[in-house]
Design a protein around this ligand. Structure first.
Ligand code: KG4
Ligand code: ZN
Length: 340
């Protein structure tokens, strides 16, 4: 079975073709980073319009690379939420129209389920049950995944998402959007122990909090700027490294607590912040030391992409579908319908 995946929830137009026998056949991505850069964040209307302009050429590119015509498709999967409503509507309308024209099902996919299952595109793939650390620009969640569509959120952020904290701190340091990769690069030359930033909610429960950490960075930047208005490169790198370490420590501590609480023996790291090298390395080392197997996809499959939507859609092929365009800006992962 071949499923086309369409991702348009935010600022990347992702298209991919997944074959249940042969795996990923082709994928393409168009990033809108340069479109939104001068605004310091994503402008929803510009995002929706750009998805509309890019979808058809990307689908042609993917089918061309796979050497297949649209008639070879068995389903069209699309991100139905959560995300920006205009962006979701554009992808949903395109996918449902294409599926209708071809007489095949359109499959609405939950964006975070896509992230959670993305490591299954790799070899070895994780099997259920597993604990998922879902860390993206909009979400920071610990998910006990016991089967397809059987997800229980056992930890959540009380305020900012981890990726959002990276993006906001990047802005404080004068770095462009999206901030995660920028902070990670700057941190390479910094000292992680230069600033004693807080690890919010340490030792308490499974929830996360990052807004106090962001404020601590803001205060540190203001204090340093009062001394020398133009921060040296070394100082900026030290702030970046100390901040990154604080986020990574917080994520790891909650993950280890959740592994203890659930007794799960597999851990999946997914979502854009999952591309962070320090997080992958440190969390893998510490989880493995407890006998836990760790899975994460290659960095391109951590950030938004069409492949994860095609894969998740393929797992749900055969479930009842309709021609209604599903677009849900807010959609809790725990409310998905289990499959089997
Ligand atoms: O999953 P994603 O591509 O989109 C959402 O669903 O939100 O995640 C994007 C987020 C952004 O906040 C970005 O700054 C962050 O992931 N990110 C990173 C890295 N790469 C992307 N954060 C830390 N380190 C990275 N290497
Ligand atoms: Zn995402």
């Amino acid at each position: 079975m071949r499923v086309l995946g369409i991702e348009t929830s935010c600022d990347e137009t992702g298209v991919a073709l997944f074959d249940t026998d042969r795996g990923l056949l082709a994928e393409a991505l168009s990033s809108q980073i340069s479109l939104h850069a001068k605004f310091g964040g994503v402008v929803p209307e510009l995002a929706a319009r750009d998805h509309g302009a890019k979808l058809a050429p990307l689908v042609n590119q993917v089918m061309g690379e796979a050497g297949l015509g649209l008639q070879a498709l068995d389903g069209v999967a699309y991100t139905a939420g959560p995300g920006l409503i205009g962006a979701l509507m554009v992808g949903g309308a395109y996918a449902v129209s294409l599926a209708y024209g071809l007489g095949i099902p359109a499959i609405p996919v939950h964006h975070m389920e896509g992230h959670l299952l993305a490591p299954m595109l790799e070899d070895p793939a994780p099997a259920f049950p597993f604990l998922g650390l879902l860390v993206s620009g909009g979400h920071t969640q610990l998910v006990a995944a016991t089967g397809l569509g059987r997800y229980a959120t056992i930890g959540n952020t009380l305020d900012d998402a981890a990726g959002e904290a990276f993006d906001k701190v990047a802005r404080l340091l004068g770095l462009p959007y999206p901030g995660g990769p920028q902070i990670a690069a700057l941190a390479e030359t910094g000292r992680a122990d230069a600033f004693a930033f807080p690890r919010p909610l340490r030792g308490r429960g499974l929830d996360f909090s990052f807004s106090g950490l962001k404020t601590a960075v803001r205060i540190a930047v203001a204090a340093e700027t009062a001394k020398t208005p133009r921060l040296s490169d070394q100082l900026r790198a030290d702030i970046a490294a100390s901040f990154q370490q604080a986020v990574v420590d917080s994520l790891i501590e909650k993950c280890l607590r959740a592994l203890d609480a659930t007794g799960m023996e597999r851990l999946v790291i997914a979502g854009g912040v999952g591309a962070n090298r320090l997080l992958r390395q440190m969390l893998t080392d510490q989880a493995r030391a407890r006998g836990v197997e760790v899975f994460y996809p290659r960095p391109e499959l951590c950030t938004d992409n069409g492949a994860m939507i095609a894969y998740a859609g393929a797992q749900r092929l055969g479930q009842s579908t309709s021609l209604q365009i599903v677009a849900r800006p807010r959609w809790p992962l725990d409310t998905l319908t289990p499959s089997n």
